[in-house]
Design a protein around this ligand. Structure first.
Ligand SMILES: Cc1cc2nc3c(=O)[nH]c(=O)nc-3n(C[C@H](O)[C@H](O)[C@H](O)COP(=O)(O)OP(=O)(O)OC[C@H]3O[C@@H](n4cnc5c(N)ncnc54)[C@H](O)[C@@H]3O)c2cc1C
Length: 449
């Protein structure tokens, strides 16, 4: 089936599809944009698949006709990662089935985490690990890694997947897991869409808490916050732990958000008295509202117009040994106009042992820190181009300090940078790419191969 717009050459020969191949301006415009609003590449067609079979048909067709193709979840990339100039974008939102069985969720790759959580909660279950924002697709975050405040207990989202259905770059529908085609499994989770398009995922579930006791603790310095975060994540005192640097009229201040699940009767004094915070706020929140607590802030950003502006984001990982010096130096040099009026600066610890998939790449060491500069090119701030150039400079600082980046942001990289980024995993990753996408048709927007 095709949309009403005229079918351009060479798509007149596309085999029958369960879904729809679209050529209308609306579909092409939407697939040319993403959350970053930095890159705008127009595809020739957009597939709204009715099945995994459609994805396979389209990948084979693209391969035979010299076209590139990429999956698109919710388009929350910031640097054109899901865009395909003159090729085909596969809008995976149509693959939205959710089945809960035997303590797992079997979901179409286009399902959003918010919808998955609503469905699992009806069974008293939850995915163990979330991103901060729930309106991202399962396939999109599994392609990146999927990090959030549960990482100390449960690792990345990729660490909580037991099986994937993947359409390879040869247009084959295949399943993979730790024991079946493990090379494809390892190169698909966090693999930036280079070896296949994920069409279905089987995800581990755990019993869901009903309520969350949410703590907000404030600190005056980088050293003060990281000392407590390092201790807390090693002790496993909380079920959830993140942090932020906040720019106030008086300078930088630092915030830990920690949570105890089903902690209405928690002993607040035992949990927080020895943490040296300058202030502590405590609140009980229903579990869904806690996990989804970014939603009201997003509505506010949309109303302000900030959500619609360019977002030259940079996410990095730093070894614990250098986090204080790199973060202090970076923040001391940073002026508000370099990150925009509504920037979010994340700073929280990651235990590498819980992140059991080879990707995303993390620095060496049992403990590393996520340090993210989530910028918005607000009116009066630096231009988006200046922010991207600053991201590259910060990337170089990070590399020199033994860190690496989380590849969801906006950093101009060369092929050599990518090889350096993947490090010891590069030979395995490159071999999987050549095995599963020998013609190199998949996901050109990542600019790796
Ligand atoms: C507001 C916001 C908050 C965020 N918070 C977090 C966070 O807390 N933690 C975190 O880890 N990340 C976070 N991210 C980053 C986010 O996880 C990634 O950008 C993710 O890839 C976006 O998912 P998406 O569905 O929008 O993917 P898209 O932007 O649509 O796609 C991203 C990339 O994956 C590819 N892709 C998409 N679906 C598939 C698939 N099924 N199979 C193969 N390839 C596919 C695309 O081709 C593209 O290269 C956040 C992003 C935003 C905008």
């Amino acid at each position: 089936m095709t949309s009403d717009a005229p079918v351009p050459h060479p798509f007149s020969g596309v085999p029958a599809l369960d879904g729809e191949l679209c050529f209308d301006q609306g579909a092409l415009d939407a697939a040319s944009a993403d959350f970053g609003r930095l890159v705008r590449e127009r595809p020739a067609a957009v597939l709204r698949p009715g099945s995994a079979r459609d994805v396979a048909t389209m990948v084979r067709y693209c391969r035979e006709h010299g076209l590139k193709v990429a999956g698109r979840g919710q388009g929350h990339s910031t640097n054109g990662q899901a865009q395909v100039p003159d090729g085909v974008v596969v809008e995976l939102g149509a693959l939205d089935s959710i089945e809960i069985r035997d303590g797992s969720a079997v979901v179409g790759a286009g399902v959003r985490w918010s919808d998955l959580l609503r469905a699992t909660l009806t069974e008293g279950l939850t995915p163990p690990a979330f991103t901060d924002y729930l309106e991202l697709s399962v396939g999109g975050t599994l392609t990146a890694g999927g990090l959030g405040g549960q990482i100390g207990r449960h690792g990345t989202q990729t660490a909580n997947v037991t099986e994937l259905e993947v359409v390879t770059g040869e247009g084959e529908i295949t399943t993979c897991s730790a024991t079946e085609r493990p090379d494809l499994f390892r190169a698909s989770l966090g693999g930036l869409g280079q070896c296949g398009i994920i069409t279905r995922a089987t995800l581990r579930l755990v019993p869901a808490p009903r309520t969350v006791r949410h703590y907000v603790l404030m600190y005056p310095t980088v050293e003060a916050i990281t000392a407590q975060q390092t201790r807390l994540i090693r002790e496993g005192r909380f079920d959830y732990l993140v942090g932020q640097a906040l720019l106030t009229p008086d300078g930088w201040t630092f915030m830990i958000e920690a949570a105890a699940y089903d902690g209405a009767a928690a002993d607040d004094a035992r949990l927080t008295d020895d943490l040296g915070a300058t202030s502590v706020e405590v609140q009980d929140v229903p579990y869904f509202d806690f996990v989804n607590r970014l939603a009201p802030a997003v509505e506010g950003l949309k109303a302000m117009g900030e959500w619609q502006r360019p977002h030259p984001w940079l996410d990095t990982f730093l070894p614990a040994a250098v986090v204080d010096s790199v973060v202090s130096d970076t923040l001391a040099a940073l002026k508000g106009n370099e990150v925009g009026a509504t920037a979010v600066i994340l700073l929280y610890p990651v235990l590498t042992a819980t992140c059991t998939t080879p990707l995303p790449v993390l620095p060496d060491g049992d403990l590393v820190y996520l340090f993210s500069l989530l910028k918005t090119a607000s009116p009066g701030a630096d231009s988006a181009e200046e922010m991207v150039a600053a991201n590259r400079r910060q990337y170089d600082v990070t590399r020199a300090a033994g860190g690496c980046f989380y590849p969801i942001g906006s950093v101009p990289l060369t092929k050599d940078d990518w090889i350096e980024h993947f490090g010891p995993f590069w030979p395995e990753f490159e071999a999987a790419r050549h095995r599963y996408d020998p013609a190199g048709v998949l996901t050109p927007g990542q600019r790796i191969f």
